[in-house]
Design a protein around this ligand. Structure first.
Ligand SMILES: NC(=O)c1ccc[n+]([C@@H]2O[C@H](COP(=O)([O-])OP(=O)(O)OC[C@H]3O[C@@H](n4cnc5c(N)ncnc54)[C@H](O)[C@@H]3O)[C@@H](O)[C@H]2O)c1
Ligand SMILES: [Zn+2]
Length: 461
């Protein structure tokens, strides 16, 4: 008897043609079975899944490829008087199915909610939140938590998880509620995503930055190994409930901070929003985004709506950031490194603005922006009371951050740059010479001894 050498057997199996069969999944009376895609015809009592199994048989064995589209549906809702006990939104705003709402109404058991609040927000709004739940007969536990960028960590996530576990919630019907700024929403979002693999959560943003940015997308996370948001998930909340009235107690510096993210969207894709910020930026800062009833143009409402819509347009088709070409990354190439380096000196939006200001100089150096456009952007930033330069943002830091970006973005730097006011493109070919020249001009014009022309014409001297 002759024995075929192993190597030959291997070659034989490779040379055999493989065959792939694509199956749909069909459920009848609770049991899922595969049906060949071509022959599959739906009958009355069947439920067909959007998932598929592709079976590829070779002599060596079978490979099953599971294609399982996962759909996330969540609501971003602008709401007035969220904490008014007559307003249902905080308790049921996330429920879209009328049958589920009816079931909840008929259920004699009290509604149960676990709430995490930023400590400062608790001091300001804790009584109102308590009154709300008392009035509505809810079984609740409020956990006030000091949530700062310095302690945005896994330890805080574990603290929340310990308390959630002690309190006990139904993982399907009792969403965790987070009320606070972006730090609080990010920490709670991660805790909820981990608890029992995915517990629904609701975001109630109380800062401008979280109102227009941190609460509308899917990301949650904490800092790790001195790197920003290194641990996290892409699980969106079931609802983000946006009430602008929280912003009235926010310190002015934090309103500027949020305006930076708004300006980002304006520069990337919304000229109208840029012009609105240019003309009414100071008014928005002074009025703290509140309507005084006599507004001829409801600037705050128009600005927040435009910012949220343009943000959602970019996020919804790319919820898990599979595409690395993202306009929303503008201002976020260098800023994470700068923000962590000088922590807690710069707020997130301030670091973002410094990054954007430098990138405006890069765009100018590349001939993408005219001198006039560059000046309008810098003046607008200054009018929004945002920093446009920082001594710790050295050329070495810029180069290091971009090299790091190259490493983590599939070998391309994917640099969003404005190509006018309210339009932008992603570039991969900014050479080091351009970067150095832009850096020098940026320092000369906006650095510790800024050239007077820009600042004088913006009323900052
Ligand atoms: N998940 C995302 O997609 C996303 C997007 C952007 C930013 N972020 C994250 O958001 C964080 C920044 O968020 P932030 O700027 O809201 O900071 P923050 O959460 O630290 O809040 C800022 C400060 O304002 C206080 N505060 C909050 N609401 C208040 C109110 N109504 N009145 C008075 N004081 C109030 C807080 O106690 C805090 O001191 C960063 O960690 C950033 O990484 C996340
Ligand atoms: Zn940001």
């Amino acid at each position: 008897m002759s024995i075929t050498p192993v190597r030959e057997l291997h070659d034989l199996s490779l040379s055999k043609e493989s065959k792939t069969i694509k199956y749909n999944l069909v459920q009848v009376k609770g049991t899922w079975t595969r049906k060949k895609r071509k022959t599959q015809r739906q009958t009355k009592n069947e439920r067909v899944s959007t998932a598929e199994i592709h079976e590829c048989s070779r002599e060596r064995g079978t490979t099953w490829t599971v294609v399982s589209p996962i759909v996330f549906t969540y609501q971003v809702m602008q709401i007035q008087k969220l904490l008014d006990p007559s307003n249902d939104a905080l308790l049921t705003g996330h429920i879209r199915d009328p049958r589920q709402l009816e079931l909840l109404r008929c259920n004699p058991r009290p509604i149960k909610r676990f709430v995490v609040m930023d400590e400062t927000v608790f001091k300001l709004y804790g009584c109102q939140v308590t009154d709300y739940f008392e009035n509505r007969g809810v079984l609740y536990r409020i956990l006030p938590l000091a949530t700062t960028e310095e302690n945005k960590s896994m330890e805080k996530v574990m603290t929340i998880l310990g308390e959630v576990h002690k309190f006990g919630i139904d993982r399907r019907t009792e969403p965790i509620i987070a009320i606070g700024g972006g730090v609080c929403l990010d920490i709670v979002g991660l805790a909820a995503s981990l608890y029992r693999r995915r517990t629904p959560y609701i975001r109630v943003p109380t800062t401008l930055l979280s109102y227009i940015d941190a609460s509308v997308g899917a990301k949650a996370g904490v800092n790790f190994a001195n790197c920003k948001n290194k641990l996290g998930t892409y699980i969106p909340p079931v609802a983000a409930l946006l009430d602008r009235s929280f912003i009235q107690t926010l310190p002015r510096r934090h309103i500027s901070n949020g305006l930076a993210e708004m300006l980002k969207m304006a520069l990337m894709k919304h000229r109208g929003l840029f012009e609105l910020l240019e003309q009414h930026g100071q008014y928005l800062l002074d009025s703290k985004f509140q309507s005084n009833g006599v507004d001829l143009t409801p600037v705050a409402a128009v600005a927040t709506k435009a910012a949220i819509e343009s943000m959602l347009e970019e996020l919804a088709p790319n919820l898990w950031e599979d595409s690395l070409d993202r306009l929303v990354d503008f201002g976020h190439l260098i800023s994470p490194e700068l923000e962590m380096k000088v922590l807690p000196v710069l707020l997130h939006g301030e670091a973002v603005n410094i990054d954007m200001a430098f990138m405006v100089y890069v765009a100018r150096e590349r001939g993408l922006l005219s001198e006039g456009e560059k000046l309008r952007i810098v003046r607008c930033m200054l009018a929004l009371e945002l920093p446009v330069w920082h001594g710790d943002c050295t050329l070495a830091l810029v180069q290091r951050a971009l090299a790091d970006r190259l490493k983590h973005s599939g070998g391309l730097v994917r640099m969003p740059l404005p190509t006018g006011l309210g339009c932008a493109e992603i570039f991969n070919d900014t050479d080091d010479g351009t970067l150095c020249q832009a850096y020098e001009k940026w320092c000369n014009e906006l650095g510790p001894e800024p050239s007077l022309s820009i600042l004088m014409s913006s009323g900052h001297v």
